[in-house]
Design a binder for this molecule. Sequence first.
Ligand code: AMP
Ligand code: ZN
Length: 106
Amino acid sequence: MTDCIFCKIVNGEFNTEFVYENEYAVVFKDINPKADTHLLVVPRKHFESLNELDDEVLLGKLMMTVKEAAKKSGLKSYRTVINTGKEAGQEVFHLHIHILAGNIKL
Ligand code: AMP
Ligand code: ZN
């Protein structure tokens, strides 16, 4: 997906700092944080939303990535959110999992 902002971030086109990364996903800070800590777990492979994800192994890997990124960031208590579809508030159509901790406003 050449015009997908998260694909560009995954490919390093914006020099975004990754707070964590592995074979399956990159994790970086949300540009418009809705909590003291607001991270996005973004799979390296493009899926428009959870509805397009057909790989249950990858889904498991992404949730493990959430756990690893939270641990690396020193978070013991956090909320995870996946917005699926415009009506649910999805703005970027590349699957991502929000990690929110501290003064959550979402
Ligand atoms: P969603 O509404 O679930 O699609 O979430 C998209 C999130 O991506 C929002 O919280 C935005 O603030 C965040 N976002 C959009 N563009 C960027 C960017 N270039 N870098 C970091 N976060 C971004
Ligand atoms: Zn993408």
